[in-house]
Design a binder for this molecule. Structure first.
Ligand code: PSV
Ligand code: MN
Length: 431
C-alpha cells in the first residue's frame, strides 16, 4: 500500500503549535467580515472546494534558453513527479489534480499510474500534447511547424500524436486535451498566414473527431516564441475563431504569460465567458513576456482582477461556465515544490478575496457611474488579509497550517536527493 510522502504525525505536530493562533485569527476575521454582511463559513466552504491543477513539468527545475541549473532530487519519471505532486497536495490541499505532458510523461503502465495517483488522493486534469519539439525516432520534424506544417505527412503525424494523448488521457480518467503549438514564422513572407490557419483548422478538426463526447479541447494561444515574427494561434481572437469553427467541445485557454505587456487580460476573460468559450487558465506571472514566474509574485492585483471576472460569472450563474484551473510555471531559482505550494495558495487566496467583493454594491456603483466607489469596492476585497481563512481551511482538511515550514521540517528534498541520482547535463531548454 502506498503511504503518503509526508508523515501525517509531523503535520499534526507542526499544526498543534499554531492551532490556537489560527482559531483566534479566524474568529477575528469572521467578526470583521460579519460587519460587511459576509459569512466567513460560506467563503471557507467555497475555498475548500476550490482546486488548481499542478503541471507535471513544474515539479522539475525549469530553465531558460541559456541554461538550466538542476536541483537535488529532481523527478526522474512520471511516478517521481506524481510523488512530488502528492507532497504539494498533502501539505496544501489546494491541488487535487495533475496535468500531464506527453511524451514527457509517457510510461509503460497507465493503469498503475492511475492507481498510484488514486492512492495519493490525486486525479488527472487536462492532457497536454507536445508538437513543439521532435521526439526521438519520429519520421517528420516540427522545425517548420506541426499541425500547420506545409507538409501533409508532418501534419498527420502531429494529429496522430494528439489522438495518442487522448487515448492515454482516457486510461487515466482525464477529460480534456490542451493543444498549444509553437507553429509560426520568423520572417515576414515566410508563411502564408491564411493558409497556415486553414491547415490548423483542418488538423484540429481531425483531433476533435477523436474526442470522447464528455471531453473538451482547450486551445492555448501565445503571442510569440519559439516563432518570433508570427504565431498561428497568436492571440485570443485567433483562438476564438478556431474554437468557434471547431464546435462546442473546443474552448480557449488563457495562459497569463502569453500576452503582450499591459494587455487587459481580465477583459479577454470577460469576453470569452460571454461567448461561452473560456476553457480555463494556466496561471503564472510575468514582468516582460512569457516569464513563467510564480502566480501572483509580480502583479497580484492583476490576478485578482481576473478572479473578479470569474467570481462575477459564477455569481451571475452564467450558463456553461466551468473553467479549468492549472498552474504553468518554470521554477529556476526555487525548490519547485515550494513554489507550487506557494503559488497554489496564492491562487486560492486571490479566489477568496474575489469572493469578498460586495457584488450588489458594485452593481449599484456601476449603474450610477460612481467610478471611485466601484474601484474602492474591489480594493477593499483585495486588501483583506484572508490568511487566517486559508489556514483554517487547511487545518480542517488535515493539511499544514504553514505548508512551506512543514515541508522544510520534513526533510523531503534531502530524502529524494539521496534516492534520485542527479541527471547529467545542465544545458538550456524551456520546460
Ligand atoms: C507554452 O509556452 C506553454 O505555456 C504551454 O502550455 C506548454 O505546453 C507549456 O508551456 C509547457 O512548456
Ligand atoms: Mn501554458
Amino acid at each position: 500500500m502506498t503511504s503518503l510522502p509526508i508523515d501525517p504525525q509531523l503535520i499534526a505536530d507542526q499544526n498543534a503549535r499554531l492551532e490556537r493562533h489560527v482559531r483566534n485569527d479566524y474568529e477575528h476575521l469572521g467578526e470583521q467580515l460579519a460587519r460587511r454582511d459576509v459569512d466567513i463559513e460560506r467563503i471557507a466552504a467555497q475555498v475548500a472546494a476550490f482546486g488548481v491543477a499542478i503541471p507535471s513539468w513544474g515539479v522539475g527545475t525549469g530553465g531558460t534558453r541559456f541554461a538550466r541549473f538542476p536541483g537535488a532530487g529532481e523527478p526522474r519519471d512520471v511516478f517521481d513527479k506524481l510523488q512530488d505532486c502528492a507532497v504539494i497536495h498533502q501539505l496544501g490541499r489546494a491541488t487535487p489534480t495533475v496535468s500531464l505532458h506527453i511524451p514527457w510523461d509517457k510510461c509503460s503502465d497507465y493503469s498503475e499510474l492511475r492507481g498510484q495517483a488514486q492512492a495519493y488522493g490525486l486525479g488527472f486534469d487536462a492532457m497536454n500534447s507536445n508538437t513543439f519539439s521532435d521526439q526521438a525516432g519520429q519520421p517528420h520534424s516540427y522545425k517548420f511547424g506541426s499541425l500547420t506544417h506545409t507538409d501533409a505527412g508532418t501534419r498527420a503525424q502531429a494529429v496522430a500524436h494528439n489522438i495518442e494523448c487522448i487515448e492515454i488521457g482516457k486510461a487515466l480518467g482525464s477529460q480534456a486535451l490542451t493543444v498549444w503549438v509553437g507553429d509560426g514564422s520568423n520572417f515576414p513572407g515566410q508563411q502564408h498566414f491564411r493558409r497556415a490557419f486553414d491547415r490548423y483548422l483542418d488538423s484540429t478538426r481531425q483531433i476533435v473527431a477523436a474526442l470522447p463526447a464528455d471531453w473538451r479541447m482547450f486551445l492555448e494561444h501565445k503571442i510569440c516564441e519559439p516563432a518570433f515574427y508570427s504565431t498561428v494561434i497568436q492571440d485570443w481572437g485567433s483562438s476564438y475563431l478556431a474554437a468557434t469553427a471547431l464546435g462546442p467541445q473546443v474552448q480557449c485557454l488563457v495562459d497569463l504569460g502569453h500576452h503582450a505587456p499591459n494587455v487587459n487580460i481580465e477583459l479577454i476573460v470577460a469576453r470569452l465567458i460571454a461567448a461561452n468559450k473560456l476553457a480555463g487558465f494556466h496561471f503564472n506571472d510575468s514582468k516582460y513576456g512569457d516569464d513563467d514566474l510564480d502566480a501572483g509574485s509580480v502583479s497580484p492585483y492583476r490576478l485578482f482582477l481576473v478572479f473578479n471576472e470569474l467570481v462575477a460569472a459564477a455569481h451571475e450563474g452564467v450558463a456553461g461556465f466551468n473553467p479549468a484551473y492549472m498552474l504553468d510555471q518554470s521554477h529556476n531559482v526555487t525548490d519547485p515544490i515550494e513554489s507550487l505550494i506557494d503559488s497554489a495558495e496564492q491562487v486560492q487566496r486571490t479566489y477568496a478575496q474575489a469572493l469578498l467583493v460586495d457584488r450588489a454594491a458594485l452593481d449599484a456603483a456601476q449603474q450610477a457611474n460612481d467610478a471611485l466607489a466601484a474601484t474602492k469596492l474591489l480594493k477593499r476585497a483585495f486588501q483583506t488579509d484572508v490568511q487566517p481563512l486559508l489556514q483554517q481551511v487547511r487545518l480542517r482538511a488535515g493539511a499544514a497550517v504553514d505548508p512551506i515550514a512543514t515541508y522544510r521540517a520534513s526533510g523531503y528534498r534531502a530524502r529524494v536527493g539521496a534516492a534520485r541520482p542527479a541527471r547529467a547535463g545542465g544545458g538550456g531548454g524551456i520546460v
